[in-house]
Design a protein around this ligand. Structure first.
Ligand SMILES: Nc1ncnc2c1ncn2[C@@H]1O[C@H](COP(=O)(O)OP(=O)(O)OP(=O)(O)O)[C@@H](O)[C@H]1O
Length: 219
């Protein structure tokens, strides 16, 4: 997922990332401090000005390394199999927050864009057809919380259900890679793009758990 997104993501990503000035500033300060030490004849270690802390990277996927958001989709086979409540339950029980959800039969364009990096694969056409058939909708969701992108992939399990650990969704409920029930973003960059692809900003909600301190407080 990430590889197929990387090329298109890079230009968009720089709009969000405001930390690129930090390394340049650090280099500039480092050189200046070193020169001063030599000029004054002082046998001291060059003074390095502390680089200003990098601004956190914030996108539609939340704050990288902080409270993140991920795109999770229950595919038509997962919906047909009655796994919607099970999937939601697993993310909710873990402590993650549902900030967006809708049933949607994706257009061919949306499915092709979503799976764009798999274009050359023999199963690509069948994959797009199955996602867009309308024989069941896709349940598209955005989940929020610490490390939710990586943890979401663990909850889902390996792409090929025969490699997925028991206890994961794919490990427990599926046996075919072509009908593996669910999708989850595989990186912050993918999550940024996929949330933007499937959801309008107004369809994703900022809300607070009233019991948040019982889920994410650190002592
Ligand atoms: N060999 C295959 N045969 C049939 N379908 C496949 C095969 N490999 C992958 N797929 C389908 O393409 C989807 C996307 O594959 P990808 O390699 O991006 O894995 P993934 O990121 O784990 O899956 P997803 O994007 O659905 O979460 C898989 O989930 C699966 O439905």
């Amino acid at each position: 997922m990430f590889a197929r997104r990387a090329a298109t993501f890079a230009p968009r990503f720089t709009r969000f990332a405001s930390s690129s000035a930090a390394p340049r500033a650090a280099t500039r300060f480092g050189v200046a401090a070193g020169s001063l030490a030599v000029a004054g004849g002082v046998a001291a270690a060059p003074i390095q000005a502390a680089a200003p802390p990098a601004a956190p990277v914030k996108t539609a996927a939340g704050t990288k390394g902080g409270i993140e958001r991920t795109f999770i989709a229950i595919k038509p086979d997962g919906v047909q199999r009655g796994l919607v409540a099970e999937v939601i339950n697993r993310f909710e029980r873990k402590g993650y927050k549902l900030v967006g959800i809708k049933a949607i039969v994706p257009s061919k364009e949306l499915a092709e864009e979503h799976y764009g990096d798999l274009k050359a694969r023999p199963f690509y056409k069948g994959l797009v057809n199955y996602m867009t058939s309308g024989r069941a909708p896709v349940i598209a969701m955005v989940w929020e919380g610490p490390d939710v992108i990586r943890q979401g992939r663990r909850i889902i399990g390996a792409t090929n259900p025969l490699d997925a650990e028991p206890g994961s969704i794919r490990g427990d409920y599926t046996i075919s890679v072509g009908r593996n029930a669910i999708h989850g973003s595989d990186s912050f960059e993918s999550a940024t793009i996929e949330i933007g692809l499937w959801f309008k900003p107004t369809e994703v909600f900022d809300w607070k758990f009233t019991h948040e301190e019982w889920i994410i407080s650190a002592n």
